[in-house]
Ligand binder design. Structure first.
Ligand code: F6R
Length: 236
């Protein structure tokens, strides 16, 4: 595992963007696994800037996002599809038809989940997966549990995750309690993993995940078994 300490959120974001840009420079048609949340906002801003400066070309890139809230449509401003369009896809030259986010409004969520895994398999897996980490150690929305789940699946969000997400919603009762998330199979199947953790509040869980016992109670701890993980963290 490769650890990079960044002096600020901006430095963390640019370092992550450079790694992503290097990936697509090396393989123009790379498959990027992408995340939402606060952590990657700066990374996406840096990537958008790199595209504007002609330092990154996304024309042949495909993206697959980790997760989506159940019940939120693409038009809903709190949906992860909306987030991705607004914060990244609208600013770069990725083809919209090459961007994938699980459909949280699918009539049959189990089928949507199975099709998402089939899609990732058809794409040949993920070249580089960007991850944030939840305060309870979740990656994607693989919440602490008795076992790791391999497949894309529907999950009940933990109380602490709902609490953390509440900041984005006007009313408490609007915060979704379920999500559809990539499982550990697709995440661990990625050729490279890039985890970003910003701020003091992530320090304790990051240490537990990276140096503690490998357990589904701390979902990110499974990353200790992956051969190519880079962690960029900042403590400010
Ligand atoms: C989002 C996701 C989540 C977040 C995590 C951290 O797509 O998969 O695992 O990465 O909840 O969120 P932030 O970055 O908001 O602290």
């Amino acid at each position: 595992m490769n650890f990079i300490k960044a002096e600020s959120y901006e430095a963390l974001s640019c370092a992550a963007a450079e790694i992503i840009a290097a990936q697509i420079a090396e393989k123009k048609n790379a498959v990027l696994g992408l995340a939402t949340g606060s952590s990657p906002l700066g990374t996406y801003a840096c990537l958008s800037k790199m595209y504007a400066e002609e330092r990154a070309d996304f024309s042949e890139v495909t993206s697959v996002n980790l997760d989506e809230y159940v019940g939120l449509s693409a038009e809903n401003e709190q949906s992860y599809r909306y987030f991705m369009n607004k914060n990244l896809f609208d600013h770069i030259n990725i083809r919209p038809e090459n961007t994938f986010v699980p459909n949280g409004c699918a009539e049959e969520l189990a089928r949507e989940a199975a099709e998402y895994d089939a899609l990732i398999a058809r794409l040949g897996g993920i070249d580089l997966q960007l991850l944030g980490i939840g305060l309870d150690g979740h990656i994607g929305f693989n919440e602490p549990a008795e076992f790791f789940t391999k497949e894309t699946h529907v999950t009940e969000l933990d109380a602490s995750t709902i609490e953390a997400n509440a900041r984005f919603f006007a009313r408490r009762e609007d915060v979704p309690t379920k999500a559809i998330t990539m499982g550990m199979g697709a995440i661990m199947g990625a050729k490279k993993i890039l985890l970003i953790a910003n701020g003091k509040k992530k320090r304790e869980i990051l240490e537990k995940a990276m140096y503690g016992k490998i357990t589904p109670r701390v979902p990110a701890s499974i990353l200790q078994l992956h051969p190519n993980v880079t962690v960029i963290y900042s403590e400010i």
